[in-house]
Design a protein around this ligand. Structure first.
Ligand code: SAH
Length: 243
């Protein structure tokens, strides 16, 4: 039987707790009782756990035994801000497919009002990441960074493999570039960063900037994909090579 999995809000050596919204859901919807068993993620480790006590909006668990769980894949997606409903879908899929992090990026063609509203959306994106991570039984939560302008986002993590999705690229596929990078890294699992443009695509000056910072342009094939499809397809190509 697979037990339902929760990500603990607080924990120590032997116990862990859910508080607030997660606890309320467990108490009211799932009618939590002492003795009920769940899997609980605490500090990136997963434990078979049993409810020890319920008080107000806190559910306390005893951790019984650690369970083996797969870590996230070392992939961070730089997602240029685009329509929020579609972007939320992309974040949910990134969590399911095992991405480690998402950096929401303000690109030149991200719509102005969306770019301005992005900082206020981060909490919602984090909630979506938490729910999708739990639902897909991850041992950790997809990390959502604070939004950054493209220029700042591409300067970070110099040692990572850096790939930019570009629909006009014809010769190098994402699959090929990633396979080469993995072969070159030998036994080590390199950190990978993949950037996707907004609905209107990258501006020429952004392409020049990415190129100057050694981001390699890669293709997902000859068809133009919507931004959320490009992000999801890229993550599944990466997952197929890394799992
Ligand atoms: N400039 C385009 C659409 C951009 S699609 C237009 O004609 O309107 C949004 C983003 O998805 C792009 O910036 C790119 O990062 C990614 N993308 C879409 N299709 C792609 C493909 N076939 N290969 C690589 N990246 C792609």
């Amino acid at each position: 039987m697979t037990r339902r999995r929760w990500i603990a809000d607080t924990w120590d050596e032997a116990t862990a707790s859910l508080v607030g919204g997660q606890a309320a859901h467990l108490i009211r919807v799932l009618r939590a009782q002492p003795g009920m068993e769940f899997d609980l993620v605490a500090g990136g480790r997963v434990f078979h756990s049993v409810i020890a006590g319920i008080a107000d909006d806190v559910v306390r668990f005893n951790l019984i035994a650690e369970i083996q769980a797969d870590p996230a894949l070392p992939v961070t997606l730089l997602i240029s801000i685009f329509k929020f409903d579609r972007m939320e879908w992309a974040i949910e899929k990134a969590a399911e497919l095992g991405a480690e992090g998402v950096v929401p990026v303000i690109a030149r063609r991200s719509e102005k009002h969306l770019a301005q509203a992005a900082a206020g959306r981060v909490e919602r994106w984090r909630r979506i990441a938490l729910e999708a991570s739990q639902q897909s039984r991850r041992s950790d939560v997809l990390r959502i960074d604070d939004p950054l302008p493209l220029k700042a986002a591409i300067l970070e993590q110099e040692r990572a493999v850096r790939l930019v999705l570009a629909e006009q690229e014809r010769s190098t596929t994402l699959r090929h570039a990633l396979s080469e990078a993995l072969a070159a890294a030998g036994d080590e699992m390199p950190a990978i960063r993949i950037a996707a443009g907004p609905e209107g695509g990258w501006a020429a000056e952004e392409e020049a900037m990415l190129d100057a910072e050694n981001w390699k342009a890669v293709s997902l094939g000859p068809r133009i994909l919507r931004a959320e499809t490009a992000v999801t397809a890229a993550m599944s190509v990466a997952a197929s090579l890394l799992e």
